[in-house]
Design a protein around this ligand. Structure first.
Ligand SMILES: Nc1ncnc2c1ncn2[C@@H]1O[C@H](COP(=O)(O)OP(=O)(O)OP(=O)(O)O)[C@@H](O)[C@H]1O
Length: 874
């Protein structure tokens, strides 16, 4: 399975859940897959046809989506086609029927209109699965119900024995059960992944609607368009789309528009140009939603509060689907909050109306939060998470906590005194001393709180009210379209300890609206800083590397244009960044980079190698630099839990540092400068946080840690030896005993490992022995040739295959010389791969150099591949 993954997709490992789902499909079992957008659901149905050599039939709701997927699959050497109204090849249908394609896409209408003879012929040739993508469309409880999806269960009776796979990114249990039922799934394997999109930064700002804001937004967008980052600006109205895109155009930004009032042709053209990077900024209404499959969108900006948190999650989810750090900013104005009634016009029943108001209230609350936005989003979808994510505006900006006891007493006391079915407006008006008719009629002008909050604006009080809802002091109840507030037991407890002259301290974290001025007090219409809307500096390239990356982006663009495809389909941003950092000089090195597949090597490999060589020479960059060939899979909650000791808690910043290092596989340097952080922190601090996590029992990959800080076996021995002389109480005396090259970080790591009884070294028993050549140490700097480092594993105690291959070696009495074919035959015997040292032992008649050469050429030809320092047959 792994070899097919590498061959066609270029990936060296599966993401969480993918492998188990594919295994279930191969076993013929129906599957229900619920995974966040961008987590890799498509691969679950794209891989089985390549393994079984039978066609996969995929039902997808939108023609544009199918076209994009087919385009990208073709660039991977996969035979894919869509049978939609947009298909111009008249032979596509008969070719599909005869099993010529690995994957065929069709709309649900098409699937139910195709004659039974089509299905029975295809069935005879071989169908490995029927996938129903965006399966929530089948459920009337989902947010995107399509009546045509309801016909799909009929196919079940035709495609007997073919596993059915339902896939969706957003599904409540009710929707999930509905999908299972509607597709007549039998005992399906249910896989529910995390909804957390860890690479996305979430941020919210309030603004004054109008030209001043648009101009500021344009100014910011201009900055990051220079870094060739694709972005979507979602507007709530066609008028806003036109206004924002006109302003961008005037500023010289190439921009596209997409909204429901454009003709089909104009929309298709706009979509196509965006996909192909002919312009980078798309200004759209939410009509530009589900049908977009571009993986390298770096910014999704909402200009106006979305109608629900479900749609916000879905729209912002278009961002960073390739896993690269990306940004979701939401700009709202308080007037957005008055739109609930407008959205309710679509509702047909009281239940639906209530559901719309509830979703909208949740989106509004998201805007007003002063706590972690990710936590709130995840909680809304029923998932727990840490209190602080470290990657949203509220977690990365240090906001003041103020004692708000007096104000809270006034607002909650007033709400309590109104004793009616009111939202925030009435008590706020009372506090501000309004003498409006509704207040006089209700005699609220006689309340003791009347006029006590005049000095603050209405919006200030409303913002505080939202804070109190978030913090559990107030409870909002939604009944039909009416939203009413009451004081919660927690709030009542606070009130009971207050008197008009005394209130116990109550500290609240402030939102910008409460801290700063607000629009009522800001008649100049000035717009607050849109800080944070900076270009995605997703990798800290040196200046020369940044230039090389630009050259490669241009090359990719040229190749994409020549091949009438999208640049991302030629090669993803992630892979291109790894190529920039690794600067491979040979086919094997290029092929080994994560994300580089066989088709890319065949069609573009030599062209890219030539460009890398030429540009690196011109930019004075060395070839074969550090490669990040094996990315860590994105974390999932299950694995995270297993790595966290029971009952142990770390301070949020420390937990975050540990999680990013251990779970996300980021380097210490990257964590210190993580995009979205208000200010970089010192690498030394990150290192100490990770060590502290280790001391607290959190799992640490010590081998990787040692490699990252250059703690080689020799350095480790010297430090242990110094400790044996001067003790471990103080760092300085240890440092004084050691060669200058040994760093405090290495000493600290050694001490932590010693404390924990961890050693990555083989001869830790010899720790009391002085190193033989302490005066002439090896360089303790990080190896810059990771391939050599990875290959030279002869002393690696973790070499996983040693035992197994040793057994084979003992049956090899004569010197055996390696050839390409003998290596292939040998590797076939070991599904779990063979390390270089074991290969050297087996082929004891070959030198290391000649064996490495042979392995590299086999890698370059995609006959073998390397993963975690072991070689596998393709
Ligand atoms: N095992 C993997 N390793 C690395 N990248 C992967 C892996 N599987 C998928 N990807 C990449 O992740 C990105 C998103 O994958 P995919 O389109 O399958 O997501 P999805 O869950 O179907 O999203 P959506 O809900 O938007 O349809 C793609 O760029 C894909 O190439």
């Amino acid at each position: 399975m792994e070899s097919v993954l590498k061959q066609y997709f270029g990936f060296s490992s599966f993401r969480p859940y993918q492998k188990e789902i594919i295994e279930q499909i191969l076993d013929g079992r129906d599957c229900m897959v619920v995974m966040a957008t961008g987590n890799g659901k498509s691969l679950c149905y794209q891989l089985p046809p390549l393994i079984t050599k039978k066609t996969a039939v995929v039902v997808s709701p939108l023609v544009s989506l199918m076209q994009d997927q087919v385009m990208a699959l073709k660039q991977r050497g996969i035979k894919a086609e869509h049978l939609s109204s947009a298909q111009t090849d008249s032979s596509a249908l008969s070719n599909a029927e005869n099993g010529e394609f690995d994957i065929i896409y069709m709309t649900p209408e098409k699937a139910s209109l195709l004659p039974t003879s089509f299905w029975s012929t295809l069935l005879e040739v071989g169908i490995c699965l029927l996938a129903v993508d965006e399966a929530h469309c089948i459920s009337e409880w989902g947010h995107d119900f399509r009546v045509e999806y309801k016909q799909l269960d009929k196919l079940r009776n035709v495609l007997l024995g073919v596993p059915v796979i339902g896939l969706t990114a957003t599904a409540t249990e009710k929707v999930r059960l509905d999908i299972i039922d509607s597709l007549s799934m039998r005992d399906p394997h249910i896989s529910i992944g995390s909804f957390d999109r860890q690479n996305l930064f979430y941020g919210v700002k309030s603004f004054n609607h109008g030209l001043a804001f648009v101009n500021k937004l344009v100014e910011e967008i201009c900055k990051y368009v220079e870094s060739a980052s694709s972005s979507i600006v979602y507007c709530t109205t066609v008028k806003d789309v036109e206004q924002v895109s006109n302003s961008l155009l005037k500023a010289g930004v190439k921009v596209g528009m997409y909204h429901g009032q454009m003709s089909n042709k104009a929309r298709e053209e706009s979509h196509r140009s965006f996909i192909r990077d002919e312009f980078y900024v798309m200004v759209a209404t939410i009509a530009f939603g589900m049908g977009i499959d571009k993986p390298d969108i770096r910014y999704v900006i909402h200009y106006g509060c979305p109608k629900s948190l479900e749609s916000y999650y879905q729209e912002s989810g278009r961002c960073g689907r390739d896993g690269v750090a990306s940004f979701c900013w939401l700009y709202f104005t308080r007037s957005d909050f008055g739109k609930a009634e407008f959205y309710c016009r679509e509702a047909k029943s009281r239940d639906q109306r209530e559901a719309i108001v509830k979703s909208f209230a949740a989106a509004q609350q998201y805007c007003m939060l002063s706590t972690c936005r990710r936590k709130y989003l995840l909680q809304y979808f029923g998932q727990n998470s840490a209190d602080e994510c470290g990657n949203c505006d509220n977690c990365t900006t240090s906001r003041k906590e103020n004692d708000m006891s007096r104000e809270v007493f006034l607002l909650m006391g007033c709400i309590q005194s109104c004793r009616g079915s009111w939202g925030l407006n009435m008590p706020v008006d009372v506090l501000r001393g309004s003498r409006a008719k509704k207040i006089l009629d209700a005699q609220f002008d006689k309340l003791p709180f009347h006029g006590f909050g005049k000095e603050m604006t209405a919006n200030w009080w409303k913002s505080l009210g939202n804070q109190l809802i978030s913090n559990g002091y107030l409870i909002e109840k939604i009944d039909d379209v009416y939203r009413t507030l009451r004081v919660s037991p927690r709030g009542l407890q606070f009130l009971s300890s207050c008197t008009p002259d005394y209130q116990p301290p109550l500290y609240l974290r402030m939102t910008l609206e409460v801290i700063g001025t607000d629009e009522d007090e800001d008649p100049s219409g000035q717009v607050r800083e849109l800080s944070g809307l900076e270009p995605a500096g997703f990798e800290r390239f040196s200046q020369a590397e940044a230039q090389l990356y630009k050259v490669l982006l241009e090359e990719r663009m040229k190749l994409a244009r020549a091949n009438k495809t999208a640049p991302y389909a030629v090669c993803g941003d992630q892979a291109l960044r790894r190529i920039t950092l690794g600067r491979p000089s040979t086919r094997a090195r290029l092929a080994n980079i994560d994300g580089v597949n066989q088709h890319f090597m065949k069609v573009y490999g030599d062209h890219f190698l030539e460009n890398i060589r030429k540009s690196s020479r011109e930019l004075d960059l060395s070839l074969d630099g550090v490669q990040e060939t094996q990315p860590s899979p994105p974390p999932n909650l299950q694995t995270l839990k297993a790595k966290v000791p029971n009952g142990k808690k770390l301070a949020p910043a420390k937990f975050e540092a540990w999680k990013k290092w251990e779970e996300d596989g980021l380097s210490i340097e990257r964590i210190a400068n993580f995009p979205g952080r208000a200010a970089p922190i010192k690498e030394q601090t990150v290192l100490e946080y990770i060590l502290e996590a280790g001391r607290e029992g959190f799992v640490i990959n010590w081998i990787r840690f040692s490699q990252e800080i250059g703690l080689t076996e020799d350095v480790h021995k010297w430090i242990l030896s110094a400790i044996s002389k001067v003790g471990k109480e103080k760092l300085k005396p240890i440092k004084n005993e050691l060669p200058e090259e040994v760093t405090y970080s290495q000493i600290k790591a050694c001490l932590a490992m010693l404390e924990l009884g961890v050693t990555t070294m083989e001869d830790s028993e010899n720790m009391n022995e002085a190193p033989a050549e302490i005066s002439e140490p090896h360089s303790c700097e990080k190896e810059d040739n990771i391939e050599e480092e990875a290959l030279d594993l002869s002393d690696d105690p973790t070499s996983r295959k040693r035992q197994k291959t040793d057994a084979t070696d003992s049956e090899t009495p004569v010197a055996l010389e390696a050839t390409a074919s003998s290596i292939l035959v040998f590797l076939e015997n070991f599904n779990e791969g063979v390390s270089l040292s074991d290969l050297l032992k087996h082929f004891n008649g070959s030198t290391k150099e000649s064996l490495v050469d042979l392995l590299r050429s086999l890698e370059g030809e995609f006959l073998i591949f390397r993963k975690h320092d072991a070689y596998f047959p393709m």
